[in-house]
Design a binder for this molecule. Structure first.
Ligand SMILES: [Zn+2]
Length: 155
């Protein structure tokens, strides 16, 4: 199945999202070189498609982390945008909450919690999450509710 069909996004848009996430990932700040690049998108109050770019920041083991998805959600909130999708580009690691390891990196436990808190307000109920393995290019497309269910959480 083509990614275009699964996501409802055009090939050009998808390409732009991947390039944007690659660019964001290059700007990530991680004390252990764990780099995550994200893009999020949705409609503005005037019906315009808006895109947000984010990358993770964690300067030391003790310092708080700030994920790309969190930055995207804050920016969307400021712009009055309801996000209909996220794209996450990274190398996978086991999830700190569920302990599960997938072929792609899912939004972390703290991000999922923030997404649930903003459900309907900043994150659309039927939002999609596209995750891409930055090393193997393997890809997963999930609805938000599927993502939560995989980690044993409610949407
Ligand atoms: Zn996160």
């Amino acid at each position: 199945m083509l990614l275009e069909d699964v996501t409802g996004l055009s090939n050009d848009t998808l390409l732009g999202l991947v390039v944007g996430a690659m660019d964001a990932r290059a700007r990530a700040h991680s004390y252990r070189n764990f780099r995550v690049g994200t893009m999020a998108w949705g409609l503005s109050p005037s019906g315009e498609m808006k895109f947000f770019k984010g990358a993770n920041t964690k300067h030391s083991c003790e310092s708080p982390k700030d994920c790309g998805e969190m930055k995207d959600m804050r920016a969307a909130h400021r712009a009055g945008v309801i996000l209909t999708g996220f794209l996450v580009l990274a190398e996978p690691q086991p999830d700190h909450g569920s302990g599960l390891l997938f072929k792609t990196l899912h939004p972390c436990e703290a991000c999922r919690k923030m997404m649930r808190g903003l459900k309907g307000a900043v994150v659309h109920e039927d939002a999609r999450v596209i995750t891409i393995n930055a090393r193997t290019c393997e890809c997963q497309v999930l609805y938000m509710r599927e993502l939560m269910r995989l980690h044993g959480e409610r949407w």
